[in-house]
Design a protein around this ligand. Structure first.
Ligand code: GLP
Length: 240
């Protein structure tokens, strides 16, 4: 069931997202976190709230959605580095409670399985999501089975192009694989908060909300989730 909240622009979307997220920034809660440019405004508000109001993350756990394969965590575009730079380093979450899947190691599939076991032990209270221009969530590209667990995946050509801007606009520098929470994993979260802003998300938003539930649009599975809030700005909502 979708609760679609239409707002004017990115700033308003971030304000609204913070309002929703704030209810879950409480001891014992488990947050599902995301990367990309979309959640940055929300993270700034979480940091500001921590600094100004003392809201604490000491008893909060988090699980990130995904990570590039083969990128050292010291690389600024690794999702590990992204999360530290934009959120973890500025709040009081404990390092051991802030989980980001690892894209390094000999047994990525085994590590992925372990990641799902950790999530099963600490179910996610609210999962934050962006959406790819092709309708992907996390790195679950079109065609990914709806019941997929955390797994290693190839990135779609369009995703590699979209993410090129983070790698000096040099397509050869963009990793071609990632470890991602599966759609099955994401669907286990008790609540979902998806933010979509900008005209290049309009088609994906339309397919997610009004299209058939079809693996061609991974986000369309959210129609089957009981608690989804979708925050869209005017540009992303233009085809609704
Ligand atoms: C990447 C991430 C997704 C994110 C998407 C959109 O592919 N794996 O989790 O939703 O980018 O990114 P942006 O928010 O920058 O548009």
């Amino acid at each position: 069931m979708f609760n679609v909240v239409k707002v004017k622009d990115y700033e308003e979307a971030s304000d609204k997202a913070f309002e929703v997220m704030k209810e879950f920034i409480k001891p014992g809660k488990v947050l599902g976190l995301a990367t990309g440019s979309t959640p940055l405004g929300l993270y700034q508000r979480m940091v500001k709230d921590h600094k100004e109001n003392g809201t604490s993350y000491k008893d909060i756990k988090s699980f990130n959605l995904d990570e590039y394969v083969g990128l050292p965590i010291s690389h600024p575009e690794s999702y590990y580095a992204f999360m530290h730079r934009n959120l973890f380093d500025h709040i009081d979450i404990m390092e051991e409670n802030a989980h980001v899947p690892s894209g390094l190691g000999e047994d990525l599939e085994g590590q992925a399985k372990h990641y799902d076991e950790m999530i099963d032990n600490d179910p996610v209270d609210i999962q934050l999501l962006g959406i790819g221009s092709d309708g992907h969530i996390a790195f679950n590209e079109p065609g990914t089975p709806f019941d997929s667990p955390t797994h290693v995946t190839d990135l779609a050509e369009s995703t590699i192009k979209d993410n090129c801007r983070f790698f000096d606009n040099d397509i050869s520098k963009v990793p071609t694989q990632a470890v991602t929470q599966g759609i099955g994993t994401i669907m286990k979260a008790k609540n979902i908060l998806l933010i979509a802003t900008g005209a290049n998300k309009a088609k994906a938003v339309k397919d997610m909300i009004d299209g058939p539930v079809d693996e061609a649009c991974p986000a369309s599975i959210l129609q089957k989730h009981p608690n989804v809030t979708i925050i869209v700005d005017e540009a992303a909502a233009s085809l609704l």
